[in-house]
Design a protein around this ligand. Structure first.
Ligand SMILES: O=c1ccn([C@@H]2O[C@H](COP(=O)(O)O)[C@@H](O)[C@H]2O)c(=O)[nH]1
Length: 473
């Protein structure tokens, strides 16, 4: 009954017009729906919002935020958000040339699941443009809800891009009710039905809106995690996605390598307990080099104990890791208490600190399985203010805020596809292009080469070129 009432009211206020109209696709149509008028009818807008809310609940549509397609659906999306208490964003038709230059207005998080709201769908082109803009910003889109489907192929065009269209009304519903209630005559009904019958498939002149790769620079913008932001900024500025694993026993050698290789890396990874001559003065020299060459220090400590213990291991003892490292890593085996313990210790610092979770290992016969990896990703999502990525062998989540860091990398020509203690290697290209990781970790591939600085530069260039290739640049 609500639907019938809605159709009659839409007709009464002039939202449904009969005559000859040229559509966005160029087609001449005997019927035109102008739902923008709704903005001036609060009662009707309210009714549409209630009907939308019911549809969402009936069809169990799951989402975090709502995006209205400008201009026609802005008022509809606003009405719906007030009804269901969800927040809203919208994609501008053009980016602003001043101020924030935002293309998306409103607050959203990377990986938010967004429900698109539109007034009318014909070919689906406006919705496809909106999907493209949202996906470019890391927002997920799986559903769109429209008030009216003109039945001209829109839903079919959109579903091809992995988004389902839910519609409240179809043109034929409107025609049937208007005929039944004597608002149109049989001739007008037949003419419009005939038009629909021959124009059921309006093709869209667009390329498929694939879930696009986004650059490190864009990911720096999107993420709310300060550590991830800093790392993405360094990667983008230095054009480097190389992490050097400085697994040496002498602190002087570590400092020498950090100075030589520092300009070409985004991260220097330490195993501080390998050093024979650890002392805090030399740690300060390492920190100075990290500032001089703009890289981050990652202590590969692999914490794996109860929260209270890891908190002390991180901030106390001989190494006082939290004082000088930008970030650390932890096994997820001990669960959220371990992450929470590290997070609490990190809170005492003004500068950002972060942690990676070990979701996969590079060594042969390790005990990590698919479920463990999936649970690790979930744990990271629950602590995304502190956890900003993974030690892994392939991309694990589409959330662009998480960084995928991959050890076990060597060039093929080094003939080092494994060592005799179970380490397994893949190439930089495989890791970045095929496995879609972001950062490669190279230790012996650099350390055992004749000229570590030169070799590091080769790894840096190969890995960054692979990343640019992934972006299609
Ligand atoms: O799965 C993992 C996790 C960490 N590592 C560490 O990375 C380096 C790799 O050194 P290479 O000399 O390049 O083999 C090393 O410090 C490991 O502890 C890893 O290899 N695999």
């Amino acid at each position: 009954m609500e639907i019938e009432e809605l159709i009659i009211e839409l007709f009464n206020i002039g939202c449904v017009k009969f005559g000859e109209f040229t559509l966005k696709s160029g087609l001449k149509s005997p019927v035109y729906f102008d739902l923008r008028i709704l903005v001036s009818y609060p009662k009707l807008l309210k009714l549409a919002s209630v009907i939308f809310a019911k549809k969402i609940s009936d069809e169990s549509i799951d989402f975090d935020i709502v995006c209205g397609v400008p201009y026609g659906a802005i008022s509809l999306a606003t009405g719906l958000c007030l009804e269901i208490n969800k927040s809203m964003i919208f994609k501008r038709k053009d980016a602003k040339s001043h101020g924030t230059k935002n293309l998306i207005e409103g607050i959203y998080k990377p990986n938010d699941r967004c429900l698109i709201i539109d007034d009318v769908i014909t070919s689906g082109i406006s919705i496809l443009e909106t999907i493209e803009g949202l996906r470019d910003h890391g927002v997920q889109v799986k559903d769109a809800l429209v008030l009216l489907d003109r039945e001209q192929g829109g839903p079919e065009n959109v579903i091809a891009n992995n988004v389902k269209i839910h519609s409240v009304l179809k043109t034929s519903d409107v025609l049937n009710i208007l005929l039944k209630r004597n608002k149109i005559n049989q001739e007008m009904y037949n003419k419009t039905q005939e038009f629909l019958n021959v124009n059921r498939n309006v093709s869209v002149p667009t390329k498929p809106v694939k879930e696009k790769e986004i650059s490190f620079e864009e990911r720096a913008e999107i993420t709310n995690n300060k550590m991830a932001k800093k790392l993405f900024q360094i990667m983008s500025l230095k054009q480097s996605n190389l992490c050097f694993s400085a697994d040496v026993e002498s602190f002087d050698l570590l400092l020498k390598l950090a100075d030589e290789i520092g300009p070409n890396i985004c991260i220097l990874k330490t195993h501080i307990d390998i050093l024979n001559d650890f002392n805090m003065d030399k740690v300060q020299e390492l920190v100075n080099l990290s500032i001089k060459h703009n890289f981050l220090i990652f202590e590969d400590r692999k914490f794996a104990d109860i929260g209270n213990t890891v908190k002390s291991q991180y901030s106390g003892g001989v190494y006082k890791i939290s004082q000088w490292s930008n970030f650390v890593n932890a096994h997820s085996i001990a669960g959220s208490g371990c992450v929470q313990g590290l997070k609490e210790a990190a809170l005492q610092y003004d500068e950002p600190k972060g942690c990676l979770l070990i979701a996969q290992l590079s060594c042969k016969n390790n005990l990590i399985d698919k479920t463990y990896t999936e649970k690790t990703v979930k744990l990271a999502e629950e602590h995304s203010d502190f956890i900003f990525g993974f030690i892994c062998q392939n991309k694990l989540t589409d959330n662009p805020g998480f960084i995928h860091i991959t050890p076990g990398i060597q060039f093929n020509e080094n003939n080092g596809m494994s060592d005799n203690l179970g380490q397994q290697y893949t190439t930089p290209e495989m890791a970045i292009l095929q496995n879609k990781c972001d950062v490669i970790v190279v230790g012996r591939g650099i350390l055992k080469s004749e000229n570590p600085a030169e070799t590091a530069l080769k790894y840096k260039n190969t890995a960054y070129e692979a990343y640019l290739k992934r972006l299609n640049l």
